[in-house]
Write a protein that binds this ligand. Structure first.
Ligand SMILES: C[S@@+](CC[C@H](N)C(=O)[O-])C[C@H]1O[C@@H](n2cnc3c(N)ncnc32)[C@H](O)[C@@H]1O
Length: 186
């Protein structure tokens, strides 16, 4: 997302169409997509932003503060799965989020999906970044550099699984590095 302003514009449009107020971001880095979300949602909107790498978040934090949107962000320094599980321990959190953006470890995308499908409301959207994995999903494995192979396989499996998930409808958008917008339908 950081390298893809077109995907960012689309995400901002969707946040506005949803009137999103309560959101989650998994994978923050220096906060490009986080700032975009924080600037787009209303003054009383909230983002739970999760990343184990607080040092990168702190690089972007002065820009978030300068933009006057820090109050919307609850940054949690942690891998995302235990945080999502903790949120789900309280059943009143189920179906309360409008939007989630997932841009982290590709081998956990399905684990994130199983949790976020409970957390977003029916009609809510979960957006998954890097679903083209730099084009590697379309290459035979032998042409893929070794360090990219594991997450290529994870991405292929995730894309196939989400295409067959009757709880959601999806739009596979081939801008940036490929974003799957996934709308909860039941
Ligand atoms: C591509 S960057 C995120 C970029 C950001 N969304 C943007 O568009 O500016 C991926 C981030 O995922 C984080 N990450 C990796 N494993 C994670 C995990 N298990 N839980 C949460 N975040 C994780 C990394 O620390 C890294 O900051």
């Amino acid at each position: 997302m950081g390298a893809a302003p077109d995907a960012g514009q689309l995400m901002a449009m969707i946040l506005k169409l949803l009137n999103a107020k309560k959101t989650i971001e998994v994978g923050v880095f220096t906060g490009y997509s986080l700032l975009l979300t924080a600037l787009t949602i209303p003054h009383d909107g909230r983002i739970i932003a999760i990343d184990p790498d607080i040092k990168s978040y702190e690089i972007g934090l002065p820009f978030i503060k300068k933009a006057g949107v820090e109050h919307k962000i609850d940054f949690i320094e942690s891998p995302a799965l235990p945080v999502l599980d903790k949120i789900l321990e309280d059943p009143t959190n189920e179906g309360t989020f409008d939007f989630a953006f997932i841009d982290a470890d590709k081998n956990n995308y399905w684990n994130y999906h199983e949790r976020l499908i409970k957390l977003v409301k029916i009609g809510g959207i979960v957006a998954y970044d890097n679903t083209l994995w730099g084009g590697m999903v379309a290459l035979p494995e032998k042409l893929v550099p070794e360090p990219k192979r594991e997450w290529r396989l994870s991405t292929l499996a995730f894309n196939k699984a989400i295409s067959n998930d009757s709880r959601v409808e999806i739009a596979f958008v081939s801008i940036g590095d490929g974003v799957i917008f996934c709308r909860r339908v039941c």
